[in-house]
Design a protein around this ligand. Sequence first.
Ligand code: NAP
Length: 227
Amino acid sequence: MKPTSIAVLGTGMVGKALATKLVGLGHRVTLGSRSARHDGATAWAEAHGERAGQSDFATAAAGAELVLLAVKGEHAEAVVDAARKGADGAALDGKVLVDITNPLDFSQGMPPSLFVFGHDSLAERLQRAAPKARVVKTLNTVNASVMVDPDRVAGQGAVFVSGDDAEAKATVKAMLEGFGWRQIVDLGDLSTARGTEAYLLLWLRLWQATGSPDINIGLLRAPDGAR
Ligand SMILES: NC(=O)c1ccc[n+]([C@@H]2O[C@H](COP(=O)([O-])OP(=O)(O)OC[C@H]3O[C@@H](n4cnc5c(N)ncnc54)[C@H](OP(=O)(O)O)[C@@H]3O)[C@@H](O)[C@H]2O)c1
């Protein structure tokens, strides 16, 4: 992917891991948070040189060509709505919005459940919140460390891509290849995110069963002609 100006909305483990990787790959990255002044984002920007900056969600999104969303799932729609309203209400228009969030519901304790599933997904809700953005869901099925270093998991697992816009998915695939992903599975339109979001229920159990969050799954197929 050619050097791009990127907003990473989210200052948690995922936001910082992605922002750090993207700066290292030569992109200009603004880390977005609720407030224009955020201690963690300021420290991150100061530590990562002149291509790194920080801002509030709306300003970061308005100034970027590509927007990555990595905020708490329960607040994701509100953050997208706030981001959309920047730049006279057009801050996300036409832009690729990479959704990495999961709709985790911790209200009943651990392990969490999902607050949207079945006939809808958080990705689709975000698309409805910003109808002119081009939402692509990816990377939500692995932890922050594996997202930016897929070889951390021996044997190379799969990463999934869901979205309605082919060009937007091509942009995201190029970003994922830059991160080192080789098995990139295009599931189809954005409704396929219902599957990768629901997979979190299994991922959480795999984490418990193995004792490690550095896990992934791969796609195995019968050889051509075997069926
Ligand atoms: N952790 C992982 O390895 C992992 C893996 C796959 C997917 N995910 C998903 O990625 C997303 C980010 O996860 P994370 O672990 O990096 O961090 P997180 O703690 O889930 O989210 C941190 C971000 O959420 C924002 N936030 C918190 N409360 C908010 C509110 N009331 N209104 C608006 N924004 C609010 C924070 O804003 P401020 O910046 O202002 O503090 C911060 O930017 C989540 O949806 C998670 O499910 C995480």
